[in-house]
Design a protein around this ligand. Structure first.
Ligand code: PFF
Length: 455
């Protein structure tokens, strides 16, 4: 370990390691599964535009804020607030983050489990000689079955726990550095296949041509929620990772690189999916199953599709894994530092506890599909609650905490590494932290849930 002030803690060993691990957290099912399905349900182009606007302003600011809080405090998501603002109630923001990690991991592992099933199918050549309707049927019958999705989900949670047991450098950093670039390459190849399909133009139009009549309060809130979810912000995952970052790391440029990678991959995923959606006559608002119904058809239609299919689902599994480990690490780092548990005990205990909620999420597609709260299944509630409520609200508290409680002096210190580098946009950053982000997030949230009437 080469960190200056982090000698006592496990930490990232290199700058690329930091970017790779945090980008590994950001890039995941949120980009490849959630972005296309939410964009598809919310009208495409206009949604994309608003989503990009949120990333550039609020998203990067919250991300940088989390890194600053993490590095400054050298603590987990809850301990950070306790340390930086002792004898106050700010630690409750950390509690909210830990709850969010619980909730997200529970439903995220459902989808990660689907990815394992698809990897298994791809290896067994299970998509071959099937038409679009048959592939869709395959997805339906898998999704509605009980045992298989559960087994895959629990297996995935086991994989996550295994990496977390290894600790930061040996576990998280090692795996992400190598596999992320491979995923990007494969997606680019798939994009080429997708945009050269007959009828691909419709899909590109859907994704890139904004139709402003589609914008409602709800669409704007969904775009905000997607930005938070995709960037892994609002719950302290990046506070936790920030605490492993070295003192000489240039946080603003690290933030920028991660945001760019995350957004680039979401857009590429859109370019990969939507042309095929239109070319094969799938409904863009097909919901959570969208990519699982479309991707196998693309593989069938490309030379070398078998091998691409296997690799793609393998790398998607890895992308999901680098996200789930960042989620579980939030909980485990807290349990180690605050509850004084061993890494081993914390990992096993919490992986098991979260799996209980996870099982309910998975059963939302089978046994519990009729069980609804607020008109939504358990799965949809967990998804909505985390992305559209917990993360944005966490974001509000995080920016207020940094902007008002820690204040400009500490901010300047951290972004300039004690005055050794310059940051041009410092004033704008502080303005966003103090005013723009908290007010905008609250307005979008209230408008999205219909407080100002109409939707
Ligand atoms: N950003 C991840 C994705 O896009 O798949 C999901 C996620 C990971 C959200 C970690 C929040 C988090 F703290």
């Amino acid at each position: 370990m080469t960190g200056n002030n982090v000698a006592a803690r496990d930490g990232f060993s290199s700058k690329f390691g930091v970017v790779a691990a945090a980008a590994g957290s950001a890039v995941g099912l949120g980009n490849i599964w959630r972005f296309p399905y939410v964009a598809g349900e919310n009208g495409g182009g206009a949604f994309l535009l608003i989503y990009l606007g949120f990333i550039l302003t609020i998203g990067v600011s919250v991300m940088l804020a989390e890194f600053i809080i993490g590095r400054r405090s050298q603590s987990n998501a809850l301990g950070a607030f306790k340390k930086l603002a002792p004898s106050s109630l700010w630690w409750l923001v950390g509690v909210m983050g830990i709850i969010a990690a619980f909730v997200i991991l529970a439903f995220y592992t459902t989808i990660a489990g689907w990815t394992l099933e698809y990897l298994f199918q791809a290896i067994g050549n299970g998509f071959s000689a099937k038409n679009a309707a048959e592939i869709s049927g395959m997805f339906d019958s898998f999704q509605h079955s009980t045992a298989r999705p559960l087994i895959w989900q629990l297996l995935f949670m086991g994989l996550t726990a295994a990496v977390i047991l290894g600790g930061v450098q040996k576990g998280i950093e090692k795996y992400t550095k190598l596999l992320m670039p491979m995923l990007v390459l494969l997606i680019v190849i798939m994009c080429v296949r997708s945009v050269t399909l007959d009828g691909a133009g419709e899909g590109l139009k859907f994704l890139f041509k904004p139709d402003f009549s589609k914008i409602t309060g709800n669409v704007v809130l969904e775009a905000l929620g997607q930005a938070f979810f995709s960037m892994s912000i609002g719950m302290g995952a990046l506070i936790t990772y920030g605490s492993y970052v070295q003192k000489d790391n240039r946080l603003p440029s690290t933030t920028f690189q991660i945001a760019l990678a995350d957004t680039g991959i979401a857009i590429l995923a859109g370019v990969m999916i939507f042309p095929a959606v239109f070319a094969f006559g799938v409904q863009p608002d097909a919901g959570t199953g969208l990519v699982f119904q479309v991707l196998p058809i693309i593989f069938q239609q490309m030379p070398g599709g078998y091998i691409f299919g296997v690799f793609f689902f393998l790398l998607l599994t890895v992308a999901a894994l680098t996200s789930t480990i960042s989620l579980l690490e939030v909980v485990v780092a807290w349990a180690i530092e605050e509850l004084k548990m061993t890494r081993r005990k914390a990992t096993i205990l919490f992986a098991a506890a979260i799996s209980v909620l996870g099982v309910l999420a998975t059963l939302s597609f089978s046994e519990l599909s009729e069980f609804k709260l607020f008109g939504k299944t358990i799965f949809d509630n967990l998804d909505w609650l985390s992305a559209n409520l917990l993360l944005p609200l966490g974001g509000v508290f995080i920016v207020i905490f940094l902007g008002w409680i820690l204040g400009p002096k500490i901010i300047a210190d951290e972004v300039t590494n004690q005055g050794t580098i310059k940051m041009k946009l410092l004033k704008i950053f502080i303005f966003i932290l103090r005013y723009l982000a908290p007010i905008a997030i609250l307005l979008v949230f209230l408008n999205g849930i219909g407080v100002f009437g109409g939707n």
